[in-house]
Design a binder for this molecule. Structure first.
Ligand code: BTN
Length: 269
């Protein structure tokens, strides 16, 4: 497969793809940075408004969930952080990960893919009969008392990357691998933001049920699964994932019929 670098999603190219009112209308594109989530956090503390989107061609310290690193080579993928200032209280913020996943899955479906969401933050595509991760979401909040000061929703989407490091090679894929052709990163990012804005507006009005519905629309539930607790691979729960509670917890029925609420964990399907 050819590995030429893809055209960067510079501001004017993203702007041409946007139909949003407020999301992505303020935009920073960086050739490289440590982590776009860190940059967005800095901008937030300096008073930047909600809707700012920061993207980088490469991250030197891209972060994933559970303290992992996010593979962020140059010239191929999307590493994007979105600054939000929701008026919802802190306990209602974690479902924003589900909402962003739902928006991304809708956007990818509109582009002709068949994405599936894996709780809580993975977007997957089926390749040769196996589910592989194409994107991940990392939501970070800064709060004071019962107020969320700002939220950064970070999205890593493998667009045109075709080679992955050995530790994730068996589990990762990209849009390019699925489509058999390269995709324009500005068009993909624009489509995602166009799907995200109306959901965010609705979430602002109605809260977590909007996020749960957006997630469940692409989550392929009920599904048999195994869940391990973060950092405790031997503590395993097996059952059928039924759905997601309003606080974002996964509802899982074990073989005795008992329903568990999983607040944090890693699913193996
Ligand atoms: C995960 O699946 O573990 C979440 C991955 C999130 C990666 C994105 S890339 C853009 C933003 N900046 C980061 O450092 N992380 C997120």
């Amino acid at each position: 497969m050819e590995r030429e670098l893809s055209t960067p999603p510079a501001a004017e190219r993203l702007s041409a793809a946007l139909t949003t009112r407020w999301l992505g209308r303020s935009y920073e594109w960086w050739p490289a940075c440590a982590s776009t989530n860190d940059l967005a956090g800095e901008r937030a503390r300096a008073g930047a408004p909600a809707g700012l989107v920061i993207a980088a061609d490469q991250q030197t310290a891209g972060r994933g969930r559970l303290g992992r690193t996010w593979h962020s080579p140059p010239g191929a993928n999307l590493y994007v952080s979105i600054l939000l200032r929701p008026s919802r209280p802190p306990p209602e913020i974690p479902p924003l990960t589900l909402l962003a996943g739902g928006a991304l899955a809708s956007a990818l479906a509109a582009l002709g893919f068949a994405p599936r969401l894996k709780w809580p933050n993975d977007v997957e595509l089926v390749e040769a009969g196996r589910r592989r991760k194409v994107a991940g979401i990392l939501t970070e909040m800064s709060s004071a008392g019962d107020r969320a000061l700002h939220v950064v929703v970070g999205v890593g989407l493998n667009v045109n990357g075709v080679d992955f490091p050995p530790d994730i090679a068996e589990r990762a894929t990209s849009l390019r691998r699925a489509a058999g052709r390269p995709l324009d990163r500005a068009a993909v990012l624009g489509t995602f933001l166009n799907h995200l804005e109306p959901l965010l507006d609705e979430y602002e009005r109605r809260g977590p049920p909007v996020a749960i519905a957006a997630f469940e629309a692409h989550a392929a539930l009920p599904a048999p699964c195994r869940v391990t607790a973060p950092g405790r691979p031997n503590e395993r729960l097996e059952g059928v994932a039924l759905g997601v509670d309003p606080d974002g917890a996964l509802r899982l029925r074990d073989e005795t019929g008992h329903i568990h609420r999983v607040l944090s964990g890693e699913i193996q399907t």
